[in-house]
Write a protein that binds this ligand. Structure first.
Ligand SMILES: NC(=O)C1=CN([C@@H]2O[C@H](COP(=O)(O)OP(=O)(O)OC[C@H]3O[C@@H](n4cnc5c(N)ncnc54)[C@H](OP(=O)(O)O)[C@@H]3O)[C@@H](O)[C@H]2O)[C@@H](O)CC1
Ligand SMILES: Nc1ncnc2c1ncn2[C@@H]1O[C@H](COP(=O)(O)OP(=O)(O)O)[C@@H](O)[C@H]1O
Length: 283
């Protein structure tokens, strides 16, 4: 594979968020994540990752029934319960929010579908992951028609097949073509996750991420990655570069941790990853 296509810091280092001396939490980036029930771990993993990668404020909106579960194990993440679609809409409609994430642990349902469409209607950056992708398996065009602003879709091979109706091809060249076609169809950045992940933009750009160790094949690793992408989007990075940077940080964090990795271990490795990137940026 062409070396130029390999995801490396040179592709996005200059776009990483930088702190200003007068930064405040809202100016650093406000992430809004919809959490589901009963699978509550996934959105929590994503929220912590978004905060660790530098978002100044991360809010998790959760069904009232799940509030105590979420809130009892999160300190810096703000958990907001909602009772119904109207109260959720009020939480979504906060002009200070910079990027949204939906899908981890969301459940495949009409609620997930309509919530995803509501987020896309804002025109702000939206990351659509996991169940929020599968929820559109029977109606991908509805999703494609709804994309207005920057959008990142993050399927693994199974989710990609369900959403597009195409089983993943056997060769890397064909997989790249599939990812490129899907990015165009949905007018979004498409991250096809795997041992080598493919990052495709709607305008045809491609990067391949090959720094991920197989220890990442563990439940929740994708949820962390979705949180990283959202955190970088909230800080103003463009969708393609935010996705590439997040993939690289994710792989790097896993490599740094080494054997025995579970998804919770990734975010605590981020400060070291970010420190290394900051020193590269200063040279
Ligand atoms: N702690 C928590 O709360 C966690 C909650 N989580 C939440 O769980 C929900 C469901 O997530 P999910 O990933 O299990 O997806 P799902 O739609 O059931 O599809 C899986 C099927 O697809 C296929 N498949 C093919 N290729 C594949 C591949 N490369 N990687 C994976 N699968 C591949 C394979 O089928 P097969 O090919 O074997 O027939 C497989 O059976 C979602 O909300 C997520 O956020 C998790 O994140 C974990 C931590
Ligand atoms: N064999 C592997 N080698 C390297 N990275 C992998 C491997 N398997 C999975 N990954 C990475 O781990 C993450 C798994 O995400 P995903 O399948 O969405 O899991 P989950 O839904 O449990 O969070 C992706 O970033 C993927 O690229």
């Amino acid at each position: 594979m062409n070396d130029q296509m390999m995801n490396q810091p040179k592709h996005w280092l200059h776009l990483l968020p930088t702190l200003q001396t007068d930064s405040h939490k809202y100016s650093r980036g406000y992430v809004f994540i919809e959490g589901g029930y009963p699978m509550t771990g996934a959105a929590r993993l994503a929220a912590v990752a978004a905060a660790r990668v530098g978002a100044g404020i991360t809010v998790l909106a959760v069904p009232e029934i799940a509030f105590q579960i979420y809130a009892s194990q999160l300190l810096s993440i703000i958990v907001k319960p909602y009772a119904n679609a109207a109260t959720l809409a009020q939480l979504v409609d906060d002009e200070r929010i910079n990027a949204y994430l939906i899908g981890p642990g969301a459940g495949i349902s009409e609620h997930t579908r309509s919530s995803t469409l509501d987020l896309l209607r804002t025109g702000k950056p939206v990351v659509i992951d996991a169940d929020a992708l599968t929820a559109f398996a029977e109606q991908p065009q509805t999703l494609a028609d709804a994309v207005k602003g920057p959008c990142v879709l993050t399927p693994h091979a199974g989710e990609f097949a369900k959403l597009t109706g195409h089983t993943i091809a056997a060769t890397q060249t064909l997989k790249i073509a599939q990812a490129q076609a899907a990015a165009r169809t949905f007018n979004a950045t498409l991250l096809l996750k795997g041992a080598v992940s493919i990052i495709a933009s709607a305008d045809g750009r491609i990067l391949l991420n090959n720094n991920a160790p197989p220890t990442l094949a563990t439940a929740g690793a994708g949820d962390v990655l979705a949180g990283l992408i959202t955190g970088l989007l909230a800080q103003g990075m463009p969708a393609f570069e935010a996705t590439a940077a997040a993939c690289w940080m994710h792989g790097s964090a896993a490599t740094l941790f080494g054997p025995g990795l579970i998804a919770e271990d990734l975010s605590p490795m981020l400060p070291a990853v970010l420190r290394t990137l900051a020193s590269q940026a200063n040279h």
